[in-house]
Design a protein around this ligand. Sequence first.
Ligand SMILES: Cc1cc2nc3c(=O)[nH]c(=O)nc-3n(C[C@H](O)[C@H](O)[C@H](O)COP(=O)(O)OP(=O)(O)OC[C@H]3O[C@@H](n4cnc5c(N)ncnc54)[C@H](O)[C@@H]3O)c2cc1C
Length: 366
Amino acid sequence: MATPERFDCIVIGAGVQGSFTAYQLAKKNKRTLLLEQFVLPHTRGSSHGQTRIIRKAYEQDFYTIMMDECYQLWAQLEKEAGVKLYRQTGLLVTGPEKGDNFQQIKNTLERNKAPMVVLNRDNFSQHIPHFNLDEETGALVDITAGVLYADRALKTAQGQFQKLGGVLRDKEKVTDIKPGPFVTVSTAASVYQAKSLVITAGPWANTLLAHTGLQLPLQVQKINVCYWKEKVEGSYDVKRRFPCFVTVGTAEANVHIYGLPSNEYPGLMKICYHTGSDTDPDRRDLQTDKSDIEILRATFPLSPRPRPRACCGGELSVHGMMFLNIHQHGKKHEEGTPSILIIMSTNTSCSGCNGVSHHYCMFYFL
Ligand SMILES: Cc1cc2nc3c(=O)[nH]c(=O)nc-3n(C[C@H](O)[C@H](O)[C@H](O)COP(=O)(O)OP(=O)(O)OC[C@H]3O[C@@H](n4cnc5c(N)ncnc54)[C@H](O)[C@@H]3O)c2cc1C
């Protein structure tokens, strides 16, 4: 057998987490291999699509605290590549004012001194056209939030990674992982070795982890992503400074909806329900449940009769906590020693999704 090609690090999975991690490793002069099972770009995981929301408004402090660095890292990538990846729009958060979710977000923003404006019934319609705030609903704006251009960000991170000498091999599905002083990774095409392995396989994480004897408590769901015709034409456009928005429910009525202003398709807003239906990532097309769209129709407060225009096939969402785990066969990890690092970016926060904005850089450990 030929000697396996050796790298400092191998990253499995070229979604946003893997691509950004590989790029950061290459910046640290680590000889890095990024492996992807599908031909790039693809629409079978969680990271595709034109836009995502980036924000500091979370219930949990740790997400909000991470965001300062995340904004800086996105800005750095924009500068290095000369590409615009982020557009500030602000994020309108609404929900039952006395409900836990709304209060937790407000408290987290306050505690972490994130720029925020609390809206009331008198000033709401000055900022948000064509809507009124009812008495029980609280509203605030997370000022620095905005839109991240997701597909462009992915392509940019992969491009910068390659410019730095990183090796990207797509259509190379990893079929086996053997831990050892050097981790051995097999694909149908080749065998590779590295001191450190990063697994960023998103919905396929447990399939891959089975090779290491580990499993994570994850739930994979398919979310229908729809674009809805504007109720008042032209009013909800990003150019008219309409914000991204999140409507949070209560602990009892766990209805969370988020949306982005019209941007990628003129006159159409992306509005989604934050959970979908369980699926197997390799059989996602068999999951045809559209009850999330029905929930949107029934509960979305901004437009009583929204019309879905384009269901973009759906994106895979992983429910669980955001995971960072270093596996070393029970030993304490020391910097520079062989390791398998598992990064899961998941759709976890009560108020919705967060993985793209958090693309948090676990490469510090490698
Ligand atoms: C509908 C929806 C809306 C969202 N909205 C937001 C938002 O507004 N803001 C936000 O910050 N986040 C949002 N998220 C969350 C965010 O998109 C995800 O958390 C993030 O994209 C996950 O990236 P990932 O790299 O972990 O996973 P993925 O993008 O799924 O990447 C995993 C990759 O690993 C590859 N892979 C798997 N197994 C193998 C193998 N054996 N060999 C080689 N390659 C393999 C896969 O093909 C895939 O490319 C949203 C998610 C969804 C579903």
